[in-house]
Write a protein that binds this ligand. Structure first.
Ligand SMILES: [Zn+2]
Length: 102
């Protein structure tokens, strides 16, 4: 007998598509992008609506769920990562330059 843990508690959030409250559940990552997005899980979480089958990201903490804010957050994360990698590469190349230059 498998023990069923009553862990699938719905959030009291409103579905962005069908506006039903209390039918949104946390969804599991299905592909590489969604696994990648789990890095930002303190901010963004994947939800699925059991009413209309909507699936998407919502802010975990903010009450406001505008798509604009979502894309701005994603853009900020992506730009921040690119900038971070860019600076990392720049420093690494400068370091290599200094080491090999002598
Ligand atoms: Zn829905």
């Amino acid at each position: 007998m498998a023990t069923v843990r009553p862990r699938r508690s719905p959030t009291l959030r409103r579905c962005p598509r069908c506006k039903t409250v209390g039918r949104l559940y946390r969804s599991h990552a299905r592909n590489a992008f969604e696994r990648f997005m789990k890095m930002f899980s303190p901010t963004l979480a994947l939800y699925r609506c059991h009413q209309c089958n909507w699936r998407g990201y919502m802010f975990r903490r903010f009450k406001s769920q505008s798509r604009f804010a979502f894309w701005m957050t994603l853009l900020g994360i992506v730009l921040g990562s690119i900038l971070g990698v860019g600076i990392g590469w720049f420093l690494l190349l400068r370091f290599v330059e200094v080491v090999l230059g002598r």
